[in-house]
Design a protein around this ligand. Structure first.
Ligand code: HEM
Length: 75
């Protein structure tokens, strides 16, 4: 269970990092000559969110397949 919590925590904190980089990109867009690389800044955290998010999505189904406790809601 420790591993699952670590992935959830990573997803949660990466989401804040992602929001920060999006704000930076918006501020950059408001400049007259913005540095282009700033617009790519959200991509690494978004990639991490995608991977950890897909893991979190599959989690309840994988748990059910192994005959563990049922998910409390949905599905
Ligand atoms: C990129 C694709 C993403 C996928 C596939 C994804 C998927 C998921 C899944 C499956 C959960 C767990 C839901 C549950 O257990 O009920 C989750 C939780 C969450 N997601 Fe995402 N997500 C993605 C991107 C994002 C983004 C862009 C943000 C915000 C900027 C975000 C913020 C969160 C937060 C705050 C939670 C709750 C974490 C917690 O339980 O502490 N996610 N996501």
């Amino acid at each position: 269970m420790h591993w699952n919590n670590a992935v959830r925590k990573t997803h949660r904190w990466t989401s804040l990092t992602f929001v920060g980089t999006v704000i930076v990109a918006f501020v950059a867009a408001a400049q007259t000559e913005p540095a282009e690389w700033l617009f790519y800044l959200p991509l690494p955290p978004l990639a991490l969110l995608l991977l950890t998010g897909l893991y979190l999505f599959v989690l309840p189904y994988a748990r059910r397949r192994r005959g563990g406790q049922r998910a409390t809601c949905g599905g």
